[in-house]
Design a protein around this ligand. Structure first.
Ligand code: AMP
Length: 300
C-alpha cells in the first residue's frame, strides 16, 4: 500500500556527550522515510533550498524512497536545526533553529503521489502539513507528529490539523504541553477530544503508549546500552510503525501493537550512532531478529 511522508528535510548540527557533528543530513521526513523504507516503498514530499549540498541528499540513494516530491527551491534556504543532548539524552535542547523554507509554502506533490493511502505528516509547520493533506485524494490512514515549537507558536493551526487526522504521535512533554494534563492517559484522552481517534505517546527511554477508544497499550523501549545520538528516534519510531502498517492493510489493535514494536526496534538502531549512520548500519533481517528478541522479552 502506498505510503507518503511530508515533513522537514534539514541540515542538522548535533551535540551529545559522545561528540558533535556539524552540517549532517536530518529532518523529520528524512528519518521517517529511511526507517519506513525497510518495510516497503516510500513517497517523500519536502523542500530544501538551493544551498543544500547535493551529497547530503545522496543519503537516500539505494533505498526504496521515491524522491520525485523533493523540491530544490531556487532563492530559498534549507531548514537548519542545532540541537544539544549534552545535559539530558532524553530531551533535545534547541540551540538554534532557522526555519527558512519551512516558513514558506509546501512542496508541490507529484500527480502520481496524490492517491497515497497511508500518510504521515512528520513534524513541520502545521500549515504545511495541512496544505499537503488537502491535495491528497482519499487517504485511508492519516497520522501526524508535532513538537513544542508548533504547540506554543501555532496552536490554532495545529488545532485545525488535529480535526483532519486519524492519529497523533507526540512525546510525553509535548502531550503535557498541548493538554496541560500531567497524567499521560488523561492527556491522550484530551488530545482525542481535539480530533484524533488514537494517540501514540513516545516516552524516550521509557518506551511508548497507545491510547484509543478501546485500548490502552504500553511498550517499553528496546533496552539499549549505548545511546550515541537520540536525534530522529521519534521519526524512526513512526517510520517503522507506519512502514509496517502499510504492508498489512489493516488497523486491528494487534496489528497496531506489532507495528509499534517494529517502530521501537527501528528507533533502537537510529540512536546507536549520529545522524543516519545508525539506520544505515541496519538491515531488514537485523530488524526482524531484534523484533523477535523484543517480543520474547515481553512474555512472562
Ligand atoms: P526527533 O528527534 O525524532 O524528534 O527529530 C529530530 C529531527 O527533527 C532533526 O533532524 C531536526 O532537523 C528536526 N526538527 C527539529 N526542529 C524542527 C522543527 N521545528 N520543525 C521540523 N523539524 C524539526
Amino acid at each position: 500500500m502506498s505510503l507518503l511522508v511530508t515533513g522537514s528535510i534539514g541540515i542538522d548540527t548535533v551535540e551529545t556527550p559522545f561528540g558533535k557533528r556539524d552540517d549532517v543530513i536530518g529532518g523529520s521526513a528524512i528519518y521517517f522515510a529511511y526507517a519506513a523504507s525497510f518495510f516497503g516503498p516510500v513517497r517523500l514530499v519536502g523542500v530544501v533550498g538551493e544551498d543544500c549540498p547535493i551529497p547530503l541528499l545522496r543519503a537516500l540513494e539505494g533505498r526504496e524512497i521515491d524522491t520525485q516530491g523533493l523540491e530544490i527551491r531556487k532563492g530559498s534556504r534549507t531548514f537548519r536545526w542545532h540541537g544539544s543532548y549534552v545535559e539530558d539524552m532524553n530531551s533535545a535542547v534547541t540551540v538554534e533553529v532557522d526555519l527558512n523554507v519551512l516558513a514558506e509554502r509546501a512542496a508541490k506533490i507529484p500527480q502520481n503521489f496524490l492517491d497515497s493511502k497511508y500518510v504521515f505528516l512528520a513534524n513541520t509547520h502545521p500549515k504545511l502539513q495541512q496544505a499537503t493533506l488537502e491535495e491528497l485524494r482519499g487517504p485511508k490512514l492519516i497520522v501526524a507528529d508535532t513538537m513544542n515549537l508548533w504547540i506554543t507558536t501555532q496552536r490554532d493551526e495545529l488545532g485545525k490539523l488535529l480535526k483532519k487526522i486519524h492519529g497523533l504521535v507526540l512525546n510525553d512533554g509535548e502531550a503535557r504541553l498541548l493538554t496541560e494534563k500531567d497524567n499521560l492517559i488523561e492527556a491522550a484522552r484530551q488530545v482525542m477530544k481535539m480530533g484524533p481517534k488514537f494517540v501514540v505517546i513516545k516516552k524516550g527511554e521509557h518506551g511508548s503508549m497507545l491510547v484509543s477508544e478501546r485500548d490502552t497499550f504500553v511498550l517499553p523501549a528496546f533496552p539499549a546500552e549505548r545511546v550515541v545520538d537520540p536525534t530522529g528516534a521519534g521519526d524512526s519510531f513512526a517510520g517503522g510503525m507506519m512502514g509496517y502498517l502499510a504492508t498489512q492493510g489493516s488497523f486491528s489493535p494487534s496489528t497496531v501493537k506489532r507495528a509499534m514494536a517494529f517502530g521501537t526496534v527501528v528507533a533502537s538502531f537510529t540512536i546507536a550512532d549520529f545522524s543516519l549512520d545508525g539506520l544505515k548500519a541496519a538491515t531488514r533481517e537485523a530488524i526482524d531478529e531484534r523484533w523477535h528478541q523484543f517480543k520474547t522479552a515481553m512474555i512472562f
